[in-house]
Design a protein around this ligand. Structure first.
Ligand SMILES: *Cc1c(COP(=O)(O)O)cnc(C)c1O
Length: 397
């Protein structure tokens, strides 16, 4: 009998007990709205911002309703609106082009490499088409950040980082999100900290952050923030910045603060599982593992591999055979968007040119989430299953 995996790919860990206690405390107080605080009190949302700014080393932090909201808010703070264009990754998830479309702007897609990062040559070629890059560290893969920033500086492009998959990661010792002008994180259930929905935005730029705070729906209560610019900065922007409500509440913030305190331990756990999967898959005929650059301190909360130049039928066969043994793989090559997985040409509201080099890679990307409810042994078993099924289908080709 062949081995089967019986774990659940969408089951996350429970919320830690101290986070549950903190949530109960907020509910008992009745003060769930972030600005509903007692005299001199810093609410949970303000404390979360202060702590996340300290974790990343950013001057300012704003907690918002979702990662997608954080991205739209960053674009608005930069003055991006109707008729503008924004460079972004062709390999990413739907909320990224969606955030660009939400402000009336149009994405210009930049290709992906076999390392699953933004193609810097393609970025250079398209650099004169926009003044902002929404850089998505998709599935936690970071490009050569020094090289990317050099290109962007040369062309006067401001960078917003989408760190939905790199919270807790860094590039050459600098926290992911600290290279660009602003960076966005998600605390949605499937990311690195879980408040159901939620987002964080960081920056060192006082004016951008003052605008973001007002945009998020602070009314004129910005002085109740602890990781926001000084009141003078708000004086310059407060009459000209619309309120586009998307605040985080104290309840979600209370759930997140204890989780951020254990983020480094979680990263260690993810990477132990990720690395066992990579080692278990390395050397499988027809399968290419993604080699990580030395400077990348990644968070292995998911794993990808390439079945490059395989036919659609063979890839479907692998997915079917793995699913039959309890291993749920996602494929980025499908013509139809399915669940969380879609590709640049599925976003038909955003016109795109065919990108043959990128299409070849997208067609081969197989993706798997690694919930921390899986043990290291589970991951070894999953790797054995994938290895066997890829081998069987590959030999039959
Ligand atoms: C989840 C995600 C987002 C947005 O997060 P939400 O909180 O769901 O809005 C942005 N980018 C990527 C790559 C994501 O996976």
């Amino acid at each position: 009998m062949s081995e089967r995996f019986t774990g659940n790919f969408t089951q996350q860990e429970p919320i830690p007990e101290d986070a549950i206690d903190a949530a109960l405390e907020v509910m008992r107080s009745g003060r769930l709205h972030r600005y509903n605080v007692a005299q001199g009190e810093l609410g949970e949302a303000a404390l979360l911002e202060q702590e996340f700014a300290a974790i990343t080393g950013a001057k300012y932090c704003l907690a918002v309703a979702s990662g997608g909201y954080a991205m739209g808010c960053a674009l608005r703070a930069m003055g991006i609106g109707a008729g503008d264009t924004v460079l972004t990754n062709a390999f990413t998830l739907a909320p990224v082009p969606g955030a660009i479309a939400s402000v009336g702007a149009t994405p210009i897609f930049v290709g992906v490499t076999e390392g699953l990062v933004i193609d810097l040559e393609d970025l250079e070629a398209k650099a004169d088409q926009a003044s902002v890059l929404m850089l998505s560290h998709m599935r936690g893969h970071m490009c050569d950040m020094e090289a990317l920033m050099a290109i962007c500086e040369r062309h006067g492009i401001r960078v917003i980082e989408d760190c939905a998959h790199t919270m807790g990661g860094s590039w050459d010792g600098l926290a992911s999100g600290r290279h660009g002008a602003m960076a966005c994180y998600s605390t949605q259930t499937y990311k690195h900290a879980n408040s159901g929905e939620g987002g964080l935005l960081i920056s060192d730029d006082a004016e951008l952050m003052a605008r973001a705070v007002i945009l998020s729906g602070s009314y004129m209560l910005y002085e109740r923030h602890a990781a926001a610019p000084a009141p003078e900065v708000f004086e310059q922007v407060k009459y000209h910045t619309p309120n586009v409500s998307g605040r985080m509440d104290n309840l979600r913030a209370a759930i997140l603060r204890p989780q951020l305190r254990i983020l480094d331990d979680q990263v260690t756990k993810w990477n132990a599982r990720h690395d066992v999967l990579v080692e278990g898959l390395r050397g499988t005929s027809g399968l290419q593992v993604i080699e990580r650059p030395e400077k990348e301190q990644y968070v292995g909360s998911s794993i990808q591999f390439l079945l490059l130049d395989w036919s659609e039928e063979k890839i479907s066969e692998v997915l079917k055979r793995c699913a039959h043994r309890g291993v749920e793989l996602k494929w980025f090559g499908g013509a139809e968007p399915v669940a969380f997985t879609s590709r640049y040409d599925s976003w038909r509201y955003a016109p795109s040119q065919p990108m043959p080099t990128t299409d070849r890679i997208l067609k081969g990307i197989v993706d798997m989430r690694i919930p921390l409810t899986f043990s290291v042994e589970d991951c070894a078993l999953i790797a054995r299953i994938i290895r066997a099924e890829v081998g069987t289908v590959f030999q039959g080709s």
